[in-house]
Design a protein around this ligand. Structure first.
Ligand SMILES: NC(=O)c1ccc[n+]([C@@H]2O[C@H](COP(=O)([O-])OP(=O)(O)OC[C@H]3O[C@@H](n4cnc5c(N)ncnc54)[C@H](O)[C@@H]3O)[C@@H](O)[C@H]2O)c1
Ligand SMILES: [Zn+2]
Ligand SMILES: [Zn+2]
Length: 381
């Protein structure tokens, strides 16, 4: 089959690999119809995630058609069109039973924090991902969800990560009616968080980024008030526009590759003395009001980060964070798409043949050509 292949930082290609096989009676083999590239894939592509092995196929956001099933799978049949959550979850462990499908205790032998994730290095279980023609899906009775007949595939593929992550970012922020919400990052996750903040009753939604084309998009799609973090002192400015108090809640939808502070960039992204740059998180902590909530969905690695913990204590903040629990949220979000509260596919700006995966990574990583979300389409899909 044709599949994306990681060769080292900034080097990926499409290459021929052996077709995946059923390895466990609970597996499915899925023929991929869409797969996206995520901001999380960029952390791998940029060489920031430990134990990302040459030869791995990335891709944790995909839809497909069930091609083959292990003998124990009961909830799917061959030919089903499915969307597959990015979390690999057993459905049985202590954490899955609490709906913490992103923290499954069984699917990632390499760690006790995050569960397994498709195509996300050996720190997330070493599973090959869906930027390929075929993919092996473990625990096939748990994650894969049949796509409703009425749903567009481009909406379905965004339900595997972007929509649930944006929604969970707003949910974890504990938004109360009328709250001022500040969101750092206008990538697909920040954009979706802005849209979802309104569903929780926000009174004002503010988004910071430095890419004008993304700010322009979220100003209409959110909608949101937008500001370029290179043009203002973010924390002072936030105080100024909120009667000196700060936002009620803040969302970090940037994670470890934040720009905007030279010192953080040098020690985090260049020297790797901490897990990337945490400047968006600093801004979130420092621009939220006393007693406020900071919701973190931006990804940080297992090593430590310099964060202003004293300000968290002295302001009485609540920090909430996680990988999104996609399966928990799907029933509600499928309904939100059906009635039009969320229109996921408007985020897709680039549709690229799987064979040209290297170009798609380059465009998305460099934020060229107005790129918000690229989707890879295998030939014949
Ligand atoms: N928790 C989860 O379940 C989950 C799921 C998906 C993605 N993520 C993470 O969410 C983050 C965003 O993903 P994405 O796909 O939107 O990525 P993206 O790379 O498309 O977008 C990130 C955006 O942040 C902006 N940015 C950079 N520095 C900033 C700063 N200091 N302040 C404000 N904005 C800044 C960039 O210009 C860019 O537009 C990533 O860290 C990704 O790994 C988490
Ligand atoms: Zn993703
Ligand atoms: Zn589990």
């Amino acid at each position: 089959m044709l599949a994306m292949d990681y060769r080292g930082p900034y080097r990926v290609r499409a290459t021929h690999k052996p077709d995946p096989q059923i390895e466990h009676p609970g597996d499915a083999i899925v023929r991929v119809t869409r797969s996206c590239i995520c901001g999380s894939d960029l952390h791998l592509y940029h060489g920031l995630v430990p134990d990302t092995r040459v030869g791995m196929t990335f891709g944790h956001e995909f839809t497909g058609v069930v091609e083959e099933l292990g003998p124990e799978v009961q909830n799917l049949k061959v030919g089903d069109r499915v969307l597959v959550p990015f979390n690999i979850a057993c459905g049985q462990c202590h954490f899955c039973k609490q709906d913490l499908f992103g923290n499954c205790h069984e699917s990632n032998a390499q760690a006790t924090a995050v569960g397994g994730i498709f195509g996300y290095s050996h720190t997330a279980g070493g599973f090959d991902g869906g930027q390929a023609e075929y993919v092996r899906v473990p625990y096939a009775d748990v994650g894969p969800t049949v796509i409703p007949q009425w749903m567009h595939l481009d909406d379905a593929v965004l339900l595997t990560d972007v929509v649930p992550t944006g929604y969970q970012a707003a949910e974890m922020a504990g938004i109360q009616r009328g709250d001022t919400v500040v969101i750092f990052g206008a990538g697909p996750i920040g954009i979706m968080a802005a849209r979802c903040a309104w569903l929780f009753g926000a009174g004002r939604v503010i988004v910071f980024d430095h890419l004008e084309y993304r700010l322009d998009f979220v100003s209409r799609y959110g909608p949101a008030e937008v500001y370029n973090f290179r043009e203002v002192d973010v924390v002072l400015f936030m105080k100024k526009i909120t009667d000196g108090l700060g936002a009620d809640v803040a969302i970090d939808a940037v994670g470890c590759e934040a720009s905007g502070n030279l010192w953080q960039t040098i020690i985090g992204r260049k020297l790797k003395l901490q897990s990337g740059s945490a400047i968006a998180l600093h801004w979130a902590i420092n621009s939220v009001k006393k007693g406020g909530i900071v919701s973190i969905v931006g990804v940080y690695g297992p090593t430590g980060n310099l964060v202003p913990i004293g300000n968290v204590v002295n302001k009485g903040l609540t920090l909430r964070a996680n990988q999104a629990s996609v399966k928990r949220l799907l029933p509600r979000l499928i309904e939100h798409v059906r009635v039009g509260y969320i229109e996921p596919r408007r985020l897709i700006t680039h549709r690229v043949p799987l064979a040209d995966v290297a170009d798609a990574y380059h465009i998305f990583s460099r934020k060229l050509d107005g790129c918000i979300k690229p989707v890879l389409v295998p030939a014949g899909a």
